[in-house]
Structure formats: structure tokens, C-alpha cells
Design a protein around this ligand. Structure first.
Ligand code: SGN
Ligand code: CA
Length: 531
């Protein structure tokens, strides 16, 4: 069972003794007079902005995230934060290196990062920071630049996950409990035991709510009575779109597995075109201890029986799938929100809130049924955009930023916090000037972002594409399909759901030409070698 990490901590025992140092006194000595801020980067896997209530999406209104909302109320919510490649491993490589996918070498999920690139924590450590990463690492290379780490194996498991640490001699060791709680415990334990003479940079990387969305059993009943609203584009017929929409395999109706994803373990055969099997669901569930498993069965067993008896078809079946998917996903989010609460609480009670910058983000966006989809990968808003909330000590609170920012900016931001110069090959920009202006764009801020997705052949069959966006328009170029290359153009302001492809529309001729010019410029300046 999960132990309260503080209960076993010597420091806490000490703090509870008469005459022990109060948090305020501890604060005065924090980091031995080093004025540089501590950094906490919390990055959740596949957390959509639609599922954070501070973002105000209809979905999250019925499944609020109070701790993330607190962070947004005390900091800046970024509404135009994007990734440069909407997939886990490339996004993590970008965070670690500050490089675009083609520069780090990590273009696809299974690709290998260039072993010669520098990792930000290596630079931070050299500059006197204590560095740690807890949770999902997901790259094939070993962690570099960390004083401490506890990393999951690949995607990681929800229950009894195995962790490899800086002191486990390369071995993965199982830990009892639910993954989100265990990662939080490792993070708190690091904070508790860290070298208090140094500033720290701690990356907390949650595995949840990644597919197949297995919640903590304490939340299996949460939202069971809530009927979540369908997104406006749930029944999109992809009119006016190209080959990519026709060949993708990320549809809730056809590609979501009844067994693995939707947990109907009573089925003998998989009725969707998914390759997932009963064995693959069981692999996850069998990691629960017997009490936990019994609670799981007690909740899902009767629900599944009722579902099978009702013999739903067509639209009713599709809506049932959507509700089961969204409920499980949001249950996973609840645990993540709890984790954020625990970390903020720790900072408060240990005098660290005033000298620690807290960043909350995801490795990309995620589809919550928009266009009939789950997963990510596309340059369309739901997957291209990522949530980003930053609380800066003494900074403006409750602000919303419209500045165009990208995951390339984390590296230069953290180096800036530490007073270290960014490397010349990093294209991102420090966000500190934006933060210090309460989210407003400083002068000469960037006007365009570049995006590139490469991961095909792969499970969801999303065609390769690159593109450019500004605050209003987006030009996407799909290539490598069987029907030849083609482009799409969207006016995000008039058409936030990206339903009307305006490419070739004469009324937009000049705007399309302007974005095409920017795209060409990016390709040349960044030495893009395929498109
Ligand atoms: C796994 C999932 C995919 C998902 C990728 C990438 N399949 O392969 O659905 O797109 O991860 O996700 S599963 O059968 O293993 O669940 S990412 O967040 O790591 O990029
Ligand atoms: Ca992810």
C-alpha cells in the first residue's frame, strides 16, 4: 500500500519536535542564499486542455480540476501553447534538448535521439542546480544530467509499476500502488531529502491519463452518473478534407477497442478493427492486488453486464463508448489533479512557494471525441495545442496569455531561470519576459510557429505533415500519402473547429501566400530535409 512519504521522513519528525525549525526559518536559509528560483515542471501524458476546468471547456465543467485551477488563479494560463510534434517521445526530447524533432533525431515514437545532444538538466546541474526526474521518461536513451531519477519502463504501467532509479543498477523494480500516487511520492520524497544548499529543478512526469485510461479504484464510481456533452464535431464527415482524414485510424467508433480501451472484459471477440485483445487488458488489470482487483470487478462487472444485455447498436453504442472513454479518462485526471494539490501543498507548508516556479503542461493535446477521434498527432488544434499554466513567485496572478509559445521554449526558460545562456542551436525563447509582463507579448515576440509530424507507419496511420500557424491562420501540408501531397488552410478565428478547408479559396489568396512564404522560410532556415 501507498505510504505517506512524509510519515517516514526524518525531517518531518524533527519538525514536529519542540523547538524545531518553523517553515519560515527554514525558508530564510533556503538554498544557502542562492537567489535563483527552484523549478518544478509537471508534465502529464496526453492531458487535453479540454479536461482542465481553468480552460473552461464544457467537458471540464462537469469534472473540475480544483488544484490546477488554483495554479491558474495564482499564475498565467497560456491559451496559445503548442508542441512542435504532437507525440510523446519527440515532445520529451524537445523538452530535454530545446531542439526540433529533426534536430534531436527523435522524430518518431520509436526513433533514437542523437546521443551527442546536450540535455538541459546537464547544464542546470553544471550551474549548481540539483536535478531530478520522476515518472515517464519514454526515450530509449538513459536519463542524462539527473542527480536523482525514478523512471517508468517505456509507457509505464498503471498498477504496481516498475521504476528504474539512479541507484537500482539498471534494474526495474516494482512498487505497489497506483502510478500517479507513486510518482507524486517520489517527487515529494525528493523535495524532502534534497540538498537544501542548492536550488533544484524537478520534473514530475505523469503517465496517466495515457491509453488505456485505467483509473485508481478509489475513483471508479466518480462521474458514473454524469452524461458528458458530445463535442460539436463528434459526427464530422471530413467533407473538404484530404486523404489523411480518410486513412487515419483513431476513430472512437472503429478503432477504439471494446476490450482493451473500454474494458468490457466479458467479450470473447473484439468487434472493432483494433488489434487489442483480452490479454492486453488483463496485462494491466492483473497488476492490481486482490483487494483492488475485487473493487474493480465490483464496479465494472455489473456495468458491463448491463451494457451487454442492452445490446446497443449504431448511435447509441457510439455514445456509450464515448461516455465510458471520457469517464475513465477524467477519473485518471482526478488523480493527477490530486497530485498537483499535494505538490502545491508541500511547497506551501515548507516555505517553497515563494522561490519556486511551477509549470504545468502535457506532452501534447488529445482528442476527446472531436472529429470522432481519440489520440493526437495532427496539427489541428486539439492535438497541436497543449495546456500550459505557469505560476511565477511574485508574478501576476489569474492572467491569460495569448502569446504564441511552444514546447521549444521550456529549455531556454529554465536555463534563463538558472542564469545560464541557451545554446545557439535552440530555437525557442525564454518565457520569462512574457511571464514578467503578466502574459502579454513583449515586443518582437514571434509571429509564427512551425510544426512537423513524421510517425508513419504506426498504429493510428496519420500521414506525415508539416505546417505553419500564426494567431489566426494555419497552413498544413500533408505528404507521403498514396494520393499525392496536398495542403489545407484554416481561419481559426472564424472556424475554431477547423471544418472549412480554405486552401484554394481566392478570398484567402494573399493570406495563404503569406503563410506559405513563412513555411518555406522555416524549411530553409531549419534545414528541414523532408516535406
Ligand atoms: C501507444 C498507444 C497509442 C498511442 C501511442 C503514443 N497504443 O502506442 O494509441 O498513440 O502509444 O502515445 S497502446 O496500445 O500502447 O495503448 S504517446 O503519448 O506515448 O505519444
Ligand atoms: Ca503523450
Amino acid at each position: 500500500m501507498r505510504q505517506n512519504p512524509l510519515a517516514i521522513s526524518g525531517a518531518l519528525l524533527l519538525a514536529s519536535m519542540p523547538g524545531a525549525m518553523a517553515p519560515q526559518e527554514a525558508k530564510a536559509q533556503e538554498n544557502n542564499g542562492d537567489k535563483r528560483l527552484n523549478i518544478i515542471h509537471i508534465m502529464t501524458d496526453d492531458h487535453s486542455f479540454q479536461a482542465i476546468s481553468a480552460y473552461g471547456h464544457p467537458l471540464s465543467r462537469q469534472a473540475p480540476t480544483p488544484n490546477l485551477d488554483r495554479l491558474a488563479n495564482e499564475g498565467i494560463r497560456f491559451d496559445r501553447a503548442y508542441v512542435e510534434n504532437s507525440l510523446s517521445t519527440p515532445s520529451r526530447a524537445c523538452l530535454m534538448t530545446g531542439l526540433y524533432s529533426h534536430q534531436s533525431g527523435q522524430r518518431t515514437l520509436e526513433g533514437l535521439i542523437d546521443t551527442t545532444v546536450t540535455f538541459v538538466p546537464e547544464l542546470l546541474r553544471k550551474a549548481g542546480y540539483q536535478t531530478a526526474l520522476m515518472g515517464k521518461w519514454h526515450m530509449l536513451c538513459e536519463p542524462r544530467g539527473f542527480d536523482q531519477y525514478y523512471i517508468l519502463n517505456g509507457q509505464g504501467e498503471y498498477y504496481t509499476p516498475v521504476f528504474k532509479s539512479d541507484h537500482s543498477n539498471g534494474e526495474y523494480i516494482p512498487e505497489e500502488g497506483y502510478v500517479t500516487d507513486l510518482i507524486t511520492d517520489h517527487a515529494i520524497k525528493f523535495l524532502e531529502e534534497r540538498d537544501k544548499d542548492k536550488p533544484f529543478c524537478l520534473y514530475v512526469h505523469h503517465k496517466a491519463p495515457h491509453r488505456n485510461w485505467i483509473p485508481d479504484v478509489k475513483y471508479v464510481d466518480l462521474y458514473e452518473d454524469v452524461v458528458f456533452p458530445l463535442p460539436e464535431t463528434f459526427h464530422d464527415d471530413y467533407a473538404g478534407k484530404g486523404e489523411a482524414e480518410r486513412v487515419q485510424r483513431m476513430r472512437i467508433d472503429e478503432d477504439m477497442s471494446m476490450i482493451y480501451d473500454l474494458k468490457v472484459s466479458e467479450l470473447d471477440e473484439e468487434p472493432s478493427r483494433s488489434k487489442h485483445t483480452f490479454g492486453m487488458l488483463e496485462m494491466g488489470l492483473s497488476r492490481m492486488d486482490s483487494t483492488t482487483r475485487a473493487k474493480w470487478e465490483a464496479a465494472y462487472g455489473p456495468r458491463n453486464e448491463a451494457f451487454l444485455r442492452s445490446d446497443l447498436k449504431g448511435e447509441e453504442l457510439l455514445e456509450w463508448k464515448y461516455q465510458r472513454y471520457i469517464r475513465d479518462y477524467l477519473r485518471c485526471i482526478r488523480s493527477v489533479d490530486d497530485s498537483v494539490g499535494e505538490i502545491l501543498e508541500y511547497l506551501d507548508s515548507h516555505g517553497l512557494a515563494d522561490n519556486t516556479i511551477v509549470v504545468y503542461t502535457s506532452d501534447q493535446g488529445f482528442y476527446m471525441g472531436e472529429h470522432g477521434w481519440f489520440d493526437k498527432r495532427f496539427m489541428y488544434e486539439e492535438s497541436y495545442r497543449t495546456p500550459l499554466i505557469i505560476r511565477y513567485p511574485g508574478g501576476k496572478a489569474g492572467k491569460v496569455s495569448e502569446a504564441l509559445v511552444q514546447n521549444l521554449d521550456f529549455a531556454p526558460t529554465y536555463l534563463d531561470v538558472a542564469g545560464v545562456q541557451a545554446l545557439p542551436q535552440m530555437s525557442g525563447r525564454s518565457l520569462l519576459p512574457v511571464i514578467k509582463k503578466g502574459g502579454k507579448e513583449p515586443c518582437r515576440w514571434r509571429k509564427y510557429l512551425y510544426y512537423h509530424y513524421y510517425d508513419i507507419p504506426s498504429e493510428h496511420n496519420v500521414l506525415k505533415h508539416d505546417g505553419v500557424s500564426d494567431k489566426r491562420y494555419k497552413l498544413i501540408h500533408f505528404y507521403g500519402g498514396e494520393e499525392g501531397d496536398y495542403s489545407e488552410f484554416y481561419d481559426i478565428k472564424k472556424d475554431p473547429n477547423e471544418l472549412s478547408n480554405l486552401y484554394g479559396d481566392k478570398r484567402y489568396r494573399r493570406k495563404i501566400a503569406r503563410l506559405q512564404k513563412q513555411l518555406d522560410k522555416f524549411r530553409t532556415e531549419l534545414a528541414i530535409d523532408e516535406y
